[in-house]
Design a protein around this ligand. Structure first.
Ligand SMILES: O=C(O)C(=O)CO
Length: 372
């Protein structure tokens, strides 16, 4: 139609019609036949499924979770594990390729779930760690993204407490060192072996009276030790003396047992001042995390004889242990194994399955970590 000013207008006419119609039909077919969905399904590595397997929820296992055969069997009846078997493939590349649809992951101490990892897991809603400790998980970021977190709760507490007591008796009574004395043939040559020190009657200060610390207290009370403790807050139902300050606790203890969680407040909670308050005969047992102790200072104090001994299951830079400690007979070392027994493992496995079942049926996790 000519405009009042006589300007003629041209337009695209029907040149787009076919393409727009094609697109509309494409959209319709896509919606009806779920083609984009199928494409995402294949890209996420969900096809083909192993022969005969059902469409089970996919669970990413981010560290080499030591599945025992009975657990593997139970797990694979209910879930499919996505494991990174080729460790030469960078983690982020693996996650981008295979884990875009993953809603739940299992991790452990030593496999950090940090913001970078989370950025590569857009569908993630549940993090389960096989550890009691949570220092490898970015909890605020999980909270921000609405990701629920579950941990090992108390499944290890008794075993860790046994191990802490074992380390303490070993250091005080020099059991590992006596073993070396016998094995290296020194007994017939040197005769006498130095006396150890009695456990009963020792004043034991427990740093962190949570579930592990309480189990330690129960055991050491039975040995006749005198217990006191430090924790964030005084526990009204606990009969032991409370020290709000670790230096005061150390000054009133022969032994410090470290069983608190590692976080910004407890990093290097056992420092030079605590060690000098503990004194020349004082013994430190650490079954928490290496970074709870200023390790350089600990080594210095042990080498100089400024504290009496140490039993250590955890270290600041695992699996690297300061070599100076290898030479010291008043130090007992273990490779972060206080938690592990076949019994605690099977309790853990049950808990992991129960948590996954709860998560995939929209119920609260059995060992939900309070994260607010
Ligand atoms: O449970 C924990 O926190 C552990 O250290 C296990 O490795």
């Amino acid at each position: 139609m000519p405009s009042p000013r006589g300007i003629v207008v041209g337009y695209a006419g029907t040149v787009f019609s076919v393409d727009v119609a094609d697109f509309a039909v494409g959209l319709l077919i896509d919606v009806l036949r779920r083609i984009s969905f199928a494409h995402r399904f294949i890209r996420a590595g969900l096809w083909p499924l192993p022969l005969g397997s059902k469409q089970l929820p996919l669970v990413l296992t981010l560290f080499r979770f030591p599945f025992i055969p009975s657990f593997e069997e139970q797990f694979s009846e209910k879930f499919r594990a996505l494991k990174r078997t080729d460790l030469s493939e960078p983690l982020n590349q693996f996650l981008t390729k295979h884990a875009q649809s993953v809603r739940a992951l299992i991790c452990g101490a030593g496999a950090p779930v940090n913001i970078e990892t989370l950025n590569h897991l857009p569908s993630l809603s549940c993090v389960l760690t096989v550890s009691a400790g949570l220092d490898h998980i970015d909890l605020p970021e999980c909270r921000r993204r609405g990701i629920v977190v579950g941990n090992a709760s108390t499944v290890y507490s008794e075993d860790v407490a046994d191990f802490a007591v074992g380390l303490l008796i070993d250091v005080l009574r020099r059991i590992s060192s006596a073993d070396r004395f016998v094995r290296t043939g020194l007994w017939p040559l040197k005769g006498e072996y130095p006396l150890g020190s009695k456990l009963g009657g020792k004043r034991v200060g427990i740093v962190g009276l949570g579930s592990i610390g309480s189990e330690v207290a129960k055991r050491l009370e039975a040995f006749g030790c005198v217990i006191s403790y430090n924790s964030r807050k005084k526990k009204p139902s606990v009969p032991f003396p409370y020290y709000s300050n670790v230096i005061d606790l150390a000054a009133n203890s022969d032994v410090l047992i470290i069983s608190c969680e590692l976080n910004n407040e407890t990093f290097h909670i056992i420092n030079k001042d605590v060690m000098s308050a503990l004194g020349k005969k004082g013994v430190i047992i650490n079954v928490g995390r290496g970074a709870l102790i200023d390790e350089k200072e600990l080594v210095r104090c042990l080498v100089k004889g400024e504290i009496g001994g140490a039993g250590l299951d955890v270290f600041e830079n695992e699996p690297h242990v300061p070599k100076e400690l290898f030479e010291l007979d008043n130090v007992v070392l273990a490779p972060h194994k206080a938690v592990l027994t076949p019994e605690s493992f099977s309790a853990l496995h049950e808990l992991v399955i129960a948590n996954l079942e709860a998560f995939f049926s929209n119920k609260p996790l059995v060992s939900l970590v309070k994260n607010d």
